[in-house]
Design a protein around this ligand. Sequence first.
Ligand SMILES: [Zn+2]
Length: 276
Amino acid sequence: MSVFPSIRLGSTGHYVRLLQADLNGLALNYNGFALDGHFDQKTSDAVKNFQDRFSLNRDGIVRNSTWKVLVDNVLAVQRLLKQNGYHAGYADGWFGATTTAAVIAFQKAHGLYPSGIVDPRTRQALFHPHDKDHYQNRPTSASLDSLNPHVAAMARRFLELTRANHMDVRIYTAFRSWDDEDRLFAQGRWTPGPIVTNARGGDSYHNWGLAFDAAPFENGAMTTDVSKFRLMGQLGKQVGLQWGGDFKSIVDYPHFQHTFGLNTWDLLDGVRPPGE
Ligand SMILES: [Zn+2]
């Protein structure tokens, strides 16, 4: 890769258009920034989410480290499309019109919604075409049995710890179906209500049995007391879980996860955590 310039909030021009095309093509344009070569706040937010995903410094500045990971991801998509016989143009790391057209052709041939962006289902069909464990077809469940066994064991230790602290904590979602995740993603975008997630089906740890949502109850009803959620979060962290109350993009007090250092693209690509 040649050396690209560092760009940031306020930058304009050719490389901002390249950045926006790549983020959009990789299905990371959650907030609908315009592909107009203006590095605005929405573009900056998308960059930060991308940096989070790859454990890069979350500063919103696109310098060599971020460029490399981004361009490598687009190159991987272009090469796979090509290997599958789709005309994706020269593999140049630019998610342009030719690559978009190839993605649409691939999606149509695989019964996927022809958005032209590599959404999680498209990613899985492209990167892990012979999926055997069918996570995308599992139903939503509140049962710990729907979780990865290691995560389920952590959840049980967490619940014991909450009881020892005289809290009535209940888990209300463990595995979440990909269809339900898509419905949540739609909320605030093309259905009513506030935006609650940036994850499409397949892009949440809930869709892989690596996350659950819990809440403290008082007198049989879920509490609205944020301090109780904070206490619950501290107890979850004591057993080694990541707590959504610490998230930067969308703070999520009921959410706990354990990722084994995998991001959801690893999972879509076919990498599996221990115990599976
Ligand atoms: Zn959650």
